[in-house]
Design a protein around this ligand. Structure first.
Ligand code: FAD
Ligand code: NAD
Length: 465
């Protein structure tokens, strides 16, 4: 029987990073993946393919809406949707292939098959009709998540779809009805809106991206509305039915009056749930929470001491970079080190255009916690860089402690916010004050000048607004 110091179940960003870090630390490591390709949700049906389609559709949108203004005349611009989906598949294949290379380079044994616990130190790997058993001193559960479904909206994967199908459609929807104005609904909604679909977003809460700062929700909704997406917030979906190629979504509007939406596709994007199906947790007695997540302590250790869990299958934000940090942390804990993650400093990003990115506390959270804070904002339209690229929507808002001036939160909407948020994370990791950032030179002209200006604005001394 093959024996390992560590076995990782699941090869998403949590699992493969954990495996690499274990191998770097000298631990004999195996990884088990039930699909043929490595990389999990993120690489195969999540982060990477969605960004590939966002990029492709953005080029098309620019070509038909902005090129002329830039002095570039093009005619007969058309979408070749098959090619667009094909390019996305190539990007996915290259990226997943990169993980094969990394496993090989780090001498990690890869098992393609379904992993399940036989007992606390033995794992069965089933492939078709055969079952292999390996022995492992430690196991890291990194089995990720799957789309949450609604009891009254049967996902048939043809007309009523999840993000997985929305990333590989064979035609551009005429009317895409999106249930859930969260990250997936807005990113994929924007892809199809740019490609010509009518897009209606039905959101249960009074605002889209409800967990983010209200300024970001409002600004994003304003921008996306301008681009043609229709929003129905505080609307409650009561039923979804199909008839051939038609989908009908029944909804109670803000006042509780029943209304109907008719379209050809309905994307159900109401969150994701931890995935532990057939993992055999009951064979070892690993506890799960009421929400089905694997229960862990602050060291991501389950109630069975040699079994750990990371990523989407445990509590916290369902984000690839959160899973990666946890993967490294658990590997280091197993190797006897004492790593730490500050969960307050895991950034959240929505890759629409304008992009949305945030780290730290929202204004609503600070109010609720009774923290005394001051705030500084700077509009993107006041930046030379934004005017040069015609990306004038959005703003940066910085929240800082009234007395100490320590930055408590940075909330950005605008071009390249996803890349800019790194500056905010580093500043907050080093517990910078808004004055620290305001006094740091920012290259001109760049979008990052908006962060400097918003920090200056915290003390009423922005230069350009
Ligand atoms: P996963 O990536 O889900 O990987 C788990 C792996 O375990 C899977 O490959 C699964 O097949 C395997 N597995 C499960 N059970 C078993 C078993 N018993 N045996 C063997 N293998 C098993 N996050 C971001 O940070 N940025 C983004 O831009 C972003 N975009 C997204 C877009 C979409 C459309 C979706 C759906 C998600 C997106 N996410 C994004 C979220 C991100 O994909 C997840 O947070 C991330 O993949 C979680 O990583 P993980 O390693 O915990 O799990
Ligand atoms: P989400 O939690 O971001 O959004 C779900 C939305 O659906 C929420 O706004 C919620 O209020 C709404 N909702 C819930 N039930 C509803 C109902 N019955 N009717 C109408 N609206 C309803 O979830 P998601 O967009 O499905 O994404 C799943 C996960 O994947 C998220 O945790 C997210 O972090 C991750 N993800 C991240 C990125 C990124 O980082 N850019 C991109 C895509 C997905």
């Amino acid at each position: 029987m093959n024996t390992y110091d560590v076995t990782v179940i699941g090869s998403g960003p949590g699992g493969y990073v954990a495996a690499i870090r274990c191998a770097q630390l000298g631990l004999k490591t195996a990884i088990i993946e039930k699909y043929n390709t490595l990389g999990g949700t993120c690489l195969n049906v999540g982060c990477i393919p969605s960004k590939a389609l966002l990029d492709s559709s953005h080029h098309y949108h620019d070509a038909i809406n902005h090129f002329e203004k830039h002095g570039i005349e093009v005619s007969d611009v058309k979408v070749n949707f098959k090619q667009m989906i094909g390019r996305k598949a190539e990007v996915v294949a290259q990226t997943s292939g990169g993980i094969d290379y990394l496993m090989d380079k780090n001498k990690i044994t890869v098992y393609k098959g379904f992993g399940s616990f036989k007992d606390a130190t033995h794992i069965n790997i089933s492939t078709g009709n055969t079952i292999d058993t390996i022995e492992s001193k430690h196991t890291i559960i990194a089995t990720g998540s799957k789309p949450t479904t609604l009891p009254f909206a049967k996902v048939d994967k043809k007309r009523v779809i999840t993000s997985t199908e929305a990333l590989s459609l064979s035609e551009i929807p005429k009317h895409l009805i999106v249930i859930g104005g969260g990250v997936i609904g807005l990113e994929l909604g924007q892809v199809y809106n740019r490609l010509g679909s009518q897009v209606s977003v039905i959101e249960y809460m009074p605002k889209i991206i409800p967990t983010m700062d209200t300024m970001l929700s409002k600004e994003l909704q304003k921008s996306l509305k301008k681009q043609g997406i229709k929003f129905f917030t505080s609307h409650k979906v009561t039923n979804v039915s199909t008839n051939g190629d038609d989908v009908t979504v029944s909804v109670d509007d803000k006042k509780g009056n029943p209304i109907e939406f008719s379209g050809d596709y309905c994307l159900v994007s109401v969150g994701r749930s931890a995935y532990t199906d057939k993992l055999g947790l009951e064979n070892v007695g690993v506890k799960v929470t009421e929400r089905g997540q694997v229960e862990t302590n602050a060291h991501l250790q389950t109630n069975i001491p040699n079994i750990y869990a990371i990523g989407d299958v445990v509590k916290g934000a369902m984000l690839a970079h959160k899973a990666e940090e946890e993967g490294s942390m658990v590997a280091e804990i197993i190797a006897g080190q004492k790593p730490h993650i500050d969960y307050n400093l895991i950034p959240g990003v929505v890759y629409t255009w304008p992009e949305v990115a945030a780290v730290g506390k929202t204004e609503e959270q600070l109010k609720e916690e009774g923290v005394n804070y001051k705030s500084g904002s700077f509009p993107m339209r006041a930046l030379g860089r934004s005017r040069a690229s015609m990306d004038i929507d959005g703003q940066v808002k910085v929240l800082a402690d009234t007395e100490t001036d320590e930055i408590l939160g940075i909330h950005i909407i605008g071009a390249r916010a996803a890349d800019m948020i790194a500056e905010a994370v580093i500043a907050m990791e080093f517990r910078a004050s808004s004055e620290d950032v305001a006094r740091s030179s920012h290259a001109h002209p760049t979008y990052t000048e908006a962060i400097k200006e918003a920090c200056l604005a915290v003390n009423d001394r922005a230069i350009h607004s």
